[in-house]
Design a protein around this ligand. Structure first.
Ligand SMILES: *Cc1c(COP(=O)(O)O)cnc(C)c1O
Length: 361
């Protein structure tokens, strides 16, 4: 008998997405939600995630191409370019497509001053409060604010933002410092403010302001690294799964896969699963990375290949070709897999490749 075998598939649970959205609203009830959809909605599928979130007040992306893909997909909500524009030629496109832009440097300010576009553009002025990545200096805020207010192509209701470096760490003093500086710099100016990513939404209510900017937690993953953080009832949106395509009986002392990197200490059954780094499964996942087969946790053994991984099913295994394998999601926390691959959930999600079928449920 030949059982059809499923290859790498990501099932997207839109009910879980809505549940997580509601969690965010419960935690930050007074804030509007700018749902962050960059990098193909963290691997979940850009347009389909936007369509599943009609209640979001705005969407955030990192590249103008992502924003235009949303518009072409029929998305009408405000879309914010979180890093602003990289080319002044993009200003007419931004205006014509009703996109909003962050301004974090002088080139962007000057481009807006010189621009001649039909429709006024909503600007979010980004201030560096200590992350030292994007943002104007605190002492430049008054100048930028005044000059932007005088730009005829910039809408009057400027918004103010900054980004936190350590919000996932409850012990760190940095968040308090950044929040106080943000408060102090922006106090003289009117306009809605935003500071919080997922970790700050969960852990730092004083950072909520008028807008929150959740990414990771929308997708159901707890962003906090600190132990002792109160649990939040998030539900994973993506479950990545595949199936067993071979089962091999291995004798003690025999090795598995490339570089013969793992040797069996005793006789055992090895399962071969149809997923590899060509699908986005992390090549650096170590021996012992958890994999769920028929609801039972087994360890990854040997090197991750492009199209396959191998797992130790144990000598008495009853698993069959075609059986279901979960790599992360509903029943296996992606943060555990990330820890075994010396990376973070964000990277695992973004690395999901085109070959993986995405199924909306
Ligand atoms: C990506 C991003 C976010 C979302 O961060 P999460 O940690 O995924 O919640 C928020 N704000 C900005 C500016 C971002 O670039």
């Amino acid at each position: 008998m030949f059982n059809a075998q499923q290859t790498a598939t990501a099932t997207i649970d839109t009910a879980a997405l809505l549940h997580n959205y509601q969690c965010i609203k419960n935690i930050a009830p007074a804030s509007k939600v700018l749902a962050v959809l960059k990098a193909n909605a963290y691997g979940h599928g850009l347009v389909q995630i936007a369509k599943a979130l009609p209640q979001a007040n705005a969407f955030g992306v990192a590249r103008i191409e992502e924003a235009l893909e949303l518009r072409q997909g029929g998305i009408v909500q405000p879309i914010v370019l979180l890093e602003g524009f990289f080319d002044k030629q993009h200003l007419p496109i931004i205006a014509a497509n009703n996109l909003q832009t962050v301004v974090h440097n002088r080139q962007q300010l000057e481009a807006l001053e010189q621009a001649d576009v039909e429709d006024a553009i909503q600007v979010w002025l980004k201030i560096d409060t200590g992350m030292h990545r994007l943002g104007i200096e605190p002492d430049e805020c008054a100048e930028f604010y005044q000059r932007l207010r005088q730009c005829k192509v910039v809408k009057d209701n400027l918004r103010l933002m900054s980004h936190l470096a350590c919000a996932d760490d409850l012990e760190s003093e940095q968040t308090r410092h950044q929040q106080q500086l943000f408060e102090q710099i922006t106090a003289p100016f009117s306009g809605e403010r935003t500071l919080a990513n997922s970790a700050a939404i969960c852990a730092w209510p004083e950072c909520h302001y008028q807008w929150v900017r959740p990414g990771l937690m929308l997708y159901g993953i707890d962003p906090r690294i600190s132990e002792g953080a109160l649990p939040i009832d998030l539900q994973p949106v993506m479950t990545l799964h595949s199936s067993l395509i071979a089962i091999r009986h291995i004798k003690a002392g025999e090795s598995i896969g490339y570089s013969a990197a793992w040797q069996a200490k005793q006789d055992t059954c090895i399962g071969v699963v149809a997923i590899g780094y060509g699908d986005g499964y992390p090549r650096h996942a170590q021996n012992g990375t958890p994999v769920l087969i028929n609801g039972r946790e087994v360890p990854l053994v040997g090197r991750v290949s492009m199209d396959m991984i191998t797992v130790d099913l144990g000598v008495a295994a009853k698993d069959k070709i075609g059986d279901h394998v979960e790599l992360w999601g509903k029943n296996l926390n992606i943060n555990r897999v990330a820890a075994h691959a010396t990376t973070i959930a964000y990277e695992l999600l973004c690395n999901i490749s085109r070959r993986v079928k995405i199924i909306l449920r």
